[in-house]
Design a protein. Structure first.
Length: 610
């Protein structure tokens, strides 16, 4: 029997396929099962108009047989089969696809539910990644003869007569011997083959039988109508699929028709996995095409702000490349991703409105992610995310949304006030908050590192500007009060300059303030860098470029401490210098800043007590 040669371009393509196109060798089984499914689909379609087929949909199956001793894997189907001429045209020329031709001839009305997966004509050759020889024995529907195609790779192939009972195709792969760095024997392990089938082909619509057992689930849960499913059905699938002991806080089933048709099953988890906020965590949705898994984690389907969502997207409208591992065009993905983003946002909003307790439990785990999403990409998602954010606040225990804060604002309140610090208890003790609370205004307490950046990116919410209680002008003082303070400051210019000089560059300015009521002093900053930003950047490992805030010592001109400082300045400059240091140390502690010289602080206290 004369060996036939592949065309020159086919040889080059085969070499490219074996060495470059597929990322993982295990893909070969997915490809062959997909091709078998196509063959069954073709005969199933034929049976709709041809009574001679003699098979119903439940009679079709794909079988996998493993022979460890012979080092063979056989993939069999009882589909349409191929004649000798079809073996020649489909397997003799790489990228010649019988499936693509068949699809173009389908009658859309009669072919409802028939999906053809293998449209590129190259998936079959992935078998050569793991096989030293591939044998195809096929008998076409309507033919009494069978034919055998056999090849050991790019050196060519033979076609001869064969014996086969019944129509369909058997693909017999002789698995390569192990070589340095290559463990081909792994594919001779029954458990390994089962895991590959479950991973990639679990939702092929026909039974995949191995050792007498059906391996695949066949009907994806996301293809079923919501009315057919209970919450327990969805939760059970989630727990088994994502190995989570907790039930999700939300299950989202999507069936979309339009420019791009797809089905999706999305889950919002209750708790973050241990590695969620690390680089080791891989985000993304599983991407399927006609029930065949294409990508394990398709990050393009999820915006970064919702990277905690688990789920599956299945679409017939994807433009896959020849390896079925990547997409040729991203237009379809962008459409799906945009719709999914809107759907997730809508479901989170419903959860917040209808099941507040569940939402707050979710927020404990993923609120930080929503904040990161708000500041990411220069605030591109800020308008979408703002109403999902929650904060501790001064008026009551628990969390509050921005909508709830704004709804409770007195009519005369101009700003949304916030304070930034390490804990709610410390923020509640900040002297600057006293004047805000005295007016009946609430204060958002921000305790996450990213919070101040969130306020900066948002700028305002629903027409109300955000204002730090540490801002130079908090908007609480009348013009008359401001003028009185400015006049008093000018009258005490010498004293304030003395305080600045005494502190030796630790502050950029000492000034009188209208922020304080019963407290003598507070520490603030001027310019774009705040004290909390300074603390955040200083905490980043390996950051040698330390960013410093321009510190301002603000003094309550109506407090007895200022009167004592002023009296000492006029009569005892040495004592006045100690008072200046003491006020600065006090301001540091109130601002939750480290005292740079604890020994000096202790000495001053001791000296003033004598």
């Amino acid at each position: 029997m004369a060996k036939k040669q592949f065309k020159a371009e086919s040889k080059r393509l085969m070499d490219l396929m074996i060495n470059s196109i597929y990322t993982h060798k295990e893909i070969f089984l997915r490809e062959l099962i997909s091709n078998a499914s196509d063959a069954v689909d073709k005969l199933c379609y034929r049976s709709l108009t041809d009574d001679k087929v003699g098979l119903s949909r439940s009679d079709f199956a794909i079988k996998i047989e493993l022979d460890k001793d012979a080092r063979t894997i056989t993939v069999s189907d009882n589909g349409i089969g191929m004649t000798a001429q079809e073996l020649e045209s489909n397997l003799g020329v790489i990228a010649k696809s019988g499936s693509l031709g068949f699809k173009s001839e389908l009658d859309p009305e009669k072919a409802e539910g028939i999906d053809i997966i293998g449209q590129f004509g190259v998936g079959f050759y992935s078998a050569f990644m793991v096989s030293e020889k591939v044998t195809v024995i096929s008998r076409a529907y309507g033919s009494q003869e069978a034919s055998k195609w056999e090849s050991s790779g790019a050196d060519g192939y033979t076609i001869s007569k064969a014996e086969k009972e019944g129509v369909g195709t058997d693909i017999i792969m002789k698995i390569k011997e192990d070589a340095e760095g290559e463990n081909y024997s792994e594919f001779l392990d029954s458990f390994r083959l089962r895991s590959i089938i479950k991973k990639y082909s679990d939702f092929i619509r026909y039974p995949i039988i191995m050792d007498g057992e059906t391996i695949n689930s066949m009907v994806p849960i996301w293809q079923r109508n919501r009315s057919e499913l209970t919450d327990e059905d969805l939760n059970l699938f989630y727990r088994e699929k994502y190995f989570d002991m907790d039930e999700p806080v939300r299950s989202i089933l999507v069936s979309a028709e339009g420019l791009v048709s797809y089905k999706a099953l999305l889950y919002i988890p209750k708790k973050a996995p241990y590695n969620y906020y690390t680089r080791d965590y891989t985000a993304g949705l599983q991407l399927y095409s006609n029930g065949v898994m294409i990508m394990e984690n398709c990050s393009e389907l999820l915006p970064e702000c919702f990277r905690f969502v688990h789920g599956i997207v299945d679409s017939q409208d994807l433009s896959l490349n020849i390896s079925r591992e990547m997409l040729q065009h991203d237009r379809q993905l962008k459409v799906i991703a945009t719709n999914i983003e809107k759907k997730i946002k809508s479901e989170l909003k419903k959860l917040l409105t209808d099941e507040r307790e569940k939402y707050e439990e979710f927020y404990k785990s993923f609120g930080l992610q929503l904040k990161y999403g708000t500041v990411g990409d220069f605030g591109a998602k800020k308008e979408m995310l703002a109403e999902l954010l929650m904060f501790h606040h001064a008026s009551a225990e628990g969390l509050i949304t921005l909508d709830e804060y704004k709804a409770a604002m007195p009519e005369d309140q101009k700003y949304i006030y916030y304070a930034v610090g390490e804990s709610v208890s410390r923020l509640a003790a900040m002297p600057q908050g006293e004047a805000v609370r005295e007016r009946g205004y609430d204060i958002l307490y921000l305790t996450d590192d990213v919070d101040e950046f969130v306020m900066s990116i948002l700028g305002e919410y629903s027409g109300k500007e955000f204002k730090s209680i540490n801002a130079e002008d908090t908007g609480l003082s009348s013009e008359e009060e401001k003028k009185e303070t400015e006049q008093k400051q000018e009258e005490n210019r010498g004293l304030l300059d003395f305080v600045k000089e005494t502190l030796g560059g630790k502050i950029s300015e000492a000034r009188l303030t209208t922020k304080l009521k019963s407290h003598p002093v507070c520490l603030s900053s001027q310019g774009n860098i705040t004290l909390e930003m300074e603390k955040y950047f200083s905490s980043i490992p390996g950051n040698d470029n330390k960013i410093k805030a321009e510190r301002v010592l603000e003094i309550n001109g109506d407090h007895a401490s200022f009167a004592a400082l002023k009296a000492a300045f006029e009569s005892d400059r040495e004592r006045a210098a100690k008072y200046a240091d003491l006020l600065y140390f006090q301001a540091l502690m109130l601002a939750d800043q480290p005292i740079d010289d604890p020994l000096k602080y202790a000495q001053i206290i001791s000296e003033l007590m004598v």
